[in-house]
Write a new protein. Structure first.
Lengths: 98, 391
């Protein structure tokens, strides 16, 4: 095995080591703990409201599962995309349910 | 037939990558960037979905909203008695909640009323509130609300402006635990009576009604009966919520469409360059290799190793960068697309989820295609006679 092959082997080993270390670290420190999960469930059970606290100024994103078409186009049919989150988060299919 | 890894071919492939210098470096950088970008987006969407799905079962089984002219309107509290007549319904609760616009900071708070701070609520509150007084009357706030109120010098209480213009002073009793920030950031929880006063909602009215069904198998049937009993209502079941959460991201348009189009075009420009044939220098190289005795098989193996080393290196590096970007740096720039522009933003500390499906998807969309795009033109040249290629 020449020098280039050894360097490549070390490089791939280093990448694999970094990846494994990173996965172990993230799994232990950044994954949802049982305690946090329980608190989240308790909180949602207390308020009974769905969705995450994103775009709190746009109710059709903040509580998208409870919003209606009139919430989405509450001012004008053309004014929906005034919140950047609408480029990623879709309308709830329930919006047209009545 | 047994196929062995030929270390000399790998060494030659490495030499070839180094000889091509800038070209190899450019391909590795673009490949890494594309892998990192795509996996970052998938990591974020997967984690958000995981957050939502964690709590979906804690949501009410059925929510009944009143609609008027296709808008959500207040519902009569007396409807609860009629609902209790439907067989299978265990309990019914008229809720009061809504949005309060705090003009000073230009943000909306979500205000939720709960039935006085009775024992069962106190127990729940103790579980989700970081520190607070559970005996007095007042409100509990999310961390985002706390920051906004602090910046306006409301540290111990807040003055709500009622519909008649009068002030309602409500004491801050505590703050929700930071573990619930993604759910509670803009939330204020207080007693139903206080909330009625702030919103000017009469005792006989409520925002919506939540229904609990004894047998979960009957939720659909009960929902249908409620729709028949109150034709102007909008009945949302827990299963509807689950379906809504499944379709939260608009993969067919918006940021995803832009991203996928850019990623695919950039990647296929590289592929097109590879597929359009080898450069005269590369053809000469293949010709010389054949002239000195290399078989077609050896040339293809060498090209396979060359493309595998380059693409696998870029792929692994891309995944490492994506993991760091999303879960350690909390996805700067990209997070703004997901959490919107409001000043009341949560910290976007999403939970880490190792999603092998995403990793395989990005792997199979990039590495094998790149390898094929390298091998096919080499095969075309390698099958020609050596003197034809060199000449």
């Amino acid at each position: 095995m020449n020098k280039k092959s050894k360097i490549t082997l070390y490089l791939f080993s280093l990448l694999a080591l970094i990846l494994i270390t990173q996965l172990v670290y993230l799994n232990s420190s950044k994954s949802m703990s049982a305690d946090a999960k329980e608190k989240k469930i308790l909180f949602v059970g207390l308020t009974g409201l769905p969705d995450l606290a994103f775009s709190s100024n746009s109710s059709y994103i903040r509580h998208r599962s409870l919003s209606m078409v009139s919430d989405i186009y509450n001012l004008d049919g053309c004014l929906r995309e005034y919140d950047s989150a609408t480029y990623a988060i879709a309308n709830s299919k329930l919006a047209s349910k009545n | 037939m047994k196929s062995k890894i030929n270390i000399y071919l790998i060494e030659y492939a490495l030499g070839s990558i180094i000889r091509q210098g800038h070209k190899s470096l450019f391909i590795a950088i673009v490949f890494t960037f594309l892998t990192a970008l795509l996996t970052s987006i998938f990591f974020i969407t997967n984690s958000i979905k995981y957050e939502l799905n964690t709590t979906v079962d804690a949501l009410p089984q059925i929510i009944v909203q009143n609609t008027k002219a296709s808008r959500v309107a207040e519902i009569d509290v007396s409807s609860t008695d009629k609902l209790l007549d439907i067989p299978g319904i265990n309990s019914v609760n008229a809720r009061v909640w809504g949005y309060y616009y705090f003009a000073n900071a230009g943000v909306n708070f979500t205000l939720v009323g709960i039935d006085e701070f009775e024992e069962q609520y106190s127990d729940t509150l103790e579980g989700v509130v970081k520190k607070g007084d559970f005996n007095s009357s007042g409100m509990y706030i999310g961390s985002g609300v706390r920051d906004i109120l602090n910046s306006s010098y409301y540290k111990e209480y807040f003055n709500f402006i009622k519909p008649d213009g009068k002030i309602k002073k409500v004491e801050i009793l505590g703050q929700f635990d930071s573990d619930t920030e993604l759910e509670s950031n803009d939330m204020i929880v207080m007693s139903k009576d206080t909330l009625r006063e702030i919103f000017g909602i009469e005792e006989s009215k409520a925002t919506d009604i939540v229904v609990k069904v004894a047998n979960v198998e009957e939720i659909g049937t009960v929902a249908l009966k409620i729709e028949q009993m109150f034709p102007n209502t909008r009945v949302i079941t827990n299963d509807d919520m689950k379906l809504s959460y499944e379709n939260i991201f608009n993969y067919k348009s918006g940021i995803f469409l832009a991203l996928f189009v850019i990623a695919i075009f950039t990647f296929f420009i590289i592929i097109y360059d590879k597929m359009s044939g080898l450069s005269s220098e590369q053809k000469r190289e293949v010709g010389i290799l054949k002239a000195i005795g290399w078989r077609v098989e050896d040339v293809l193996k060498e090209k396979f190793y060359e493309s595998l080393i380059l693409s696998l290196f870029a792929y692994i590096l891309g995944v490492i960068l994506a993991l760091s970007y999303v879960y350690i740096l909390n996805a700067p720039l990209l997070r703004d697309i997901f959490i919107g522009y409001s000043d009341l933003k949560p910290t976007f500390e999403i939970s880490f989820i190792l999603d092998f499906q995403t990793l395989f998807l990005v792997f199979f969309l990039s590495v094998p295609i790149y390898i094929a795009a390298t091998i096919i033109p080499s095969w075309k040249v390698a099958t020609l006679e050596a003197d034809d290629v060199i000449r």
